[in-house]
Design a protein around this ligand. Structure first.
Ligand code: GDP
Length: 291
């Protein structure tokens, strides 16, 4: 293969390289908008790359692409949950975390996993059964609470989710519990009623952290969900579930690009311990393997 020197990299040549890349990214489950942003950032990076650093065009492009992926996967607002909660323990009690996402993405199980994780780190918590709509959701959360020894504050189906969450906060204040984890409904991803309900929960409880929960296997639907929840509620961080399946990594790039907020954990199975920290390099490796 002909060796290309960096001086050969004119904007035209760069375009030739990055144009087909957009389709490759989309095949890797990257959202179209995100794929376009990646190509744009890559163009900029290639134009600015120091001459002579690489003698081979393809290794330069792959190196730059990996850097762009890592930039997108690591938005500036980093969040170390345990550190944040330990600090909050001294200044503010309780710390309120609300979880949002459509049915079936693993939201309830994520709350249980986080509950266990907090307990393991000496932080106490209470669950608020704020999905008062889906049949079985309250019992499901109560079952997790029973398994983990975590109190669940619930009312009946059809009751006001904001009121349930408010009760849970009052319970936490009364019993000096550090964190309130609020489950919410996720009935229809485009439902304006649902968005109004979630906005009311936010208004009443003023969560310190709003976590979007997504399912890595849902492709385009995940992209529309993260866009909707970010627009209507405002996402501070995400959890991406079902990463134990053979996913291509594009979902994580899209979620961080669209929300501009970090993914803090990935779900890797159905057990309480199947919650892992999100490592941007591992996702970048799936898309652009490091040499
Ligand atoms: P919710 O409707 O969003 O509250 O979702 P659930 O917590 O009820 O989870 C829906 C299904 O997904 C359940 O069968 C969970 O066990 C499963 N699930 C959740 N997270 C994961 C994960 O990370 N990996 C796998 N394999 N399954 C998961």
């Amino acid at each position: 293969m002909k060796k290309v020197t960096i001086t050969d990299f004119s904007p035209k040549t760069i375009n030739k390289v990055t144009k087909p890349l957009k389709d490759v990214l989309i095949q890797n489950e990257v959202a179209v908008k995100t794929a376009e942003a990646v190509c744009e950032k890559l163009n900029q990076k290639l134009l600015q790359t120091e001459r002579g650093r690489f003698s081979n065009a393809s290794s330069l492009v792959l190196f730059a692409l990996r850097e762009v992926m890592l930039e997108i996967l690591s938005p500036p607002q980093e969040l170390n949950l345990i550190e944040t909660l330990r600090k909050a323990k001294e200044s503010k009690s309780p710390y309120v975390i609300a979880f949002f996402g459509v049915n079936g993405v693993g939201k309830t199980l994520s709350i249980a996993k986080i509950g266990q994780y907090l307990q393991d780190n000496g932080i106490t918590c209470v669950f608020a059964a704020g999905d008062t709509y889906r049949a079985g959701s309250i019992q499901q959360l109560e079952k997790h609470g029973e398994n983990l020894g975590i109190r669940v504050i619930a009312q009946t189906y059809g009751s006001d989710a904001a009121a349930v969450s408010f009760d849970a906060i009052n319970h936490a204040i009364a019993y000096k519990i550090n964190v309130v984890l609020i489950d919410t409904a996720g009935r229809i991803e485009t439902s304006s009623n649902l968005m109004a309900e979630l906005q009311k929960i936010c208004k009443v409880t003023e969560p310190d952290l709003k976590i979007f929960v997504g399912d890595a296997l849902t492709g385009n639907s995940l992209i529309s969900q993260v866009t909707l929840f970010n627009d209507k509620i405002g996402i501070d961080a995400s959890i991406l579930n079902k990463m134990d399946a053979d996913v291509k990594g594009g979902a994580a790039v899209s979620v961080t690009h669209i929300s501009q907020r970090p993914i803090i954990f990935i779900g890797t199975g159905q057990k309480y311990k199947d919650l892992e920290p999100f490592i941007p390099e591992e996702i970048a490796d799936k898309i652009v393997p490091a040499k």
